[in-house]
Design a protein around this ligand. Sequence first.
Ligand SMILES: [Zn+2]
Length: 210
Amino acid sequence: MKIGAATPIKKGRLEVVCGSMFSGKTEELMRKIKRSEYARQRVLVLKPQIDNRKSVTCIVSHDGRSRTAHALDSSDVAIQSVIEFAQAFDVIGIDEVQFFPDEIVRVIGKLIEMGKHVVAAGLDLDFRGEPFGIMPYLLAIADDVLKLKAICVVCAKDAHQTQRLVNGQPARYSDPIILVGAEDFYEARCRNCFVIDRTPSVLPVTQGLV
Ligand SMILES: [Zn+2]
């Protein structure tokens, strides 16, 4: 190395934990975070603000465990603020990452360049059985991918899809994400037991990342 040359920053890495609902993604994210904390790594945990099912300041897994997380709105400004915010941390955990827009992919790329270890957990498929938003991009650039399976509630085989039920019936492909006044339920199902009224498309649905 030349005298006076800046020491190159050691790049970080991206781990993605994906799978259907009830596959234990949040529990796995928490386990990885806990491991880093045992090693005295400084950990920042983020989640999208739109995910307010149980708490706006905690991530809560289905087994009831919780930990404090910083709720981030989905504006580009808020997402870009993570780059500054993350300076003081070694590990950045992101739960429900599938709900973030394209900008999160750029920001995660920047965090990796900055030497951060990013652990992102999210649904890889939506209720239609199609790739969920930005997830294909994250899965492609990840150093490590862990795809978790749930157990199909119909046949008890391994399940990697999330069945949406509206008023007890399988949701239709054209149903909006939020149906006012309807009772919405989700359950894990295998490919054979998953029901949707048309063939899911596996072509990209997000645009503008290049
Ligand atoms: Zn099944």
